[in-house]
Ligand binder design. Sequence first.
Ligand code: ATP
Length: 680
Amino acid sequence: QSTLKSPTTDAYPDWKAGDLVPYAALCTTFSKIEMTSKRLEIISLCSLFLRQVMRLTPADLLPTVLLMTGKLAADYAGIELGIGESLIMKAIGDTTGRSLKIIKEDQQKIGDLGLVAAKSRSNQPTMFKPKPLTVRGVHEGLMKIAITEGQGAQGRKVDGIKKLLSSADVGLAKGQTVDISENKGGPSESKFIIRALEGKMRLGLADKSLQVALAHAMVAHSVAEDGKKVPSEADLKKGEEVFKAVYNELPAYEVIVPALLKGGIWKLRDECKLQAGVPLKPMLAKPTKSITEVLDRFEGKDFTCEYKYDGERAQIHFVAHDSVDGYASTIAPKEGKSDRGVSNIFSRNSEDLSKKYPDILAKLPSWVKQGTKSFVLDCETVAWDVEKKHVLPFQQLMTRKKKDVKVEDVKVKVCVFAFDLLYLNGEALVNRPFRERRDLMYAVFDEVEGEFSFAKFGNSRDIDEIQILLEDSVKASCEGLMVKMLDGVESHYEPSRRSQNWLKVKKDYLAGAGDSLDLVVLGAYHGKGKRTSVYGAFLLACYNPSTEIYETVCNIGTGFSEALLAELHDTLSPLVIDRPKPFYSHSAVPKDQPDVWFEPRFVWEVKTADLTLSPRYTAAASELGGDAAGHKGVSLRFPRLVRVRDDKKAEGATTSRQVAEMYRAQSEQGKEKKVGVDDE
Ligand code: ATP
């Protein structure tokens, strides 16, 4: 059904064509989005607003879209908010003249800092009406706060927050109070500014929904320009597809929005293509439990089994100086300059790793055949023992410095293992068969022992041969195999998808332990006995990206050495917060409460014996028929810490859906084992 029935009925009264978009107008839309959980309605509200921006103030489309995403720039720009609670509370106190003590008390009562700010502001007598905030102004203000660093940064950040808050409207009519019972608080500007600062908008607006909304708004705009009233369903669908295809290859609104403004939706595919300098989200793999499962899945198809190296995902981008396509027309820093060209390395989360791996960038030109104009290469960087000439464990790689590494100081050498080529000489290869991409990769690069190699592989379909390959990979310090389709559409590179066409077979699965989980540390319990000065156990959670909520999944106290516990106490203590964040879903039973709660910062890889359902945890509860406070979420039995994952952010943790899938897969597999419900 059409999402754009009456594109002009909802205009904000003070917003005229050519005006900067009022922030209040955006907050009104945020508030409406927040009030519903229906996806189509959310898309419709969002699209309606974007359509108005197109009609009245197209120049503000980019900051509007960015504020809707809750991010200030594309991931690779490295600009992050996630400001800590203490700074925000100080700014609220300073702006409203309320003491920190009262703010903290409110925070204890209300739980949501955004609502605390709204309430504090609504209690404040206003002498004069501040100049209204604009979307552009808020985006710039937040950006300034995010990029402030160096001496006195904290103070300047607080000043920046105060500046925004003091102009913010509370969004209440005279005499109206903030409705905290509903945990909504209306279209208060203060509330949404605080949420943006916290890095969690919690509107229920998923990235995918925003993409659909923007596509719909652009289709409606083009239809209106052609003199028609309402776009057809077919046009809306086509617009969605165009947008999705473009965004997959080029996940950067900074590039897409200007192109949309220039040529509209129907020219977008020609204007915006994968380009060097803008990292695409990597393709991910599905876990499998046995080689026979792989054979069942890929029956009758040609596939390849590559070694699964245990290091860090790295997407290497390069453009030669004499290339016509130049480096991306974006804000990507031009890091690795050499005689041959410019290059960058991006992580699995699209962060720029160029300052971590200057040694790779320095050597890169020697692996690339002369005449190569540009490429994007998918690889794994692995720690390398130079003397013994073999791969070292992941832990070695983690000891490397993360920033401002100087080539001459590098102690842990790395070897790059390349497994896919996504772009070559100005052309995207993602929609070509893997066999072809791999042949091209072999044609363009030269191996150099200990510096650059192609991922080892075997193309067998024989179960015994695959078993031998798996054992060989483990002997070579790899984690197991990555099995990939070779031909046809199924072998195309699917950015940002955990695809059935890439299967991982890890050696550990075969022992029946299943895949590990990457979980966020939300809280901790004080140690007992010898461990009283440290935390002795921790509360962990998975992440539900569609609700932006962390859902608890286990307590863990195994796998920690005394030294590690001491270290964790030092790193976690500064993250202690007074009470759980409103975006933590957890048991309210007093005996289940951890002694301290943390900001969601750390991700740990955890192994488990099996998964069970429990009234104590909330992970995937609603998906598995639980909750309305009876919980029965998935919980991990006998969890054990494998490693701290510095390369993952909290939002990159294992998702609730994955946890549910793991639980279901286990139930399927262990039917005769009968996976029971743990009622404790
Ligand atoms: P997730 O669990 O979210 O999938 P992860 O980072 O824990 O991510 P795995 O699922 O264990 O990774 O495996 C996929 C990862 O394996 C890739 O992201 C990549 O970093 C690494 N890898 C190593 N060798 C290969 C290879 N030959 N092909 C593809 N990926 C490989």
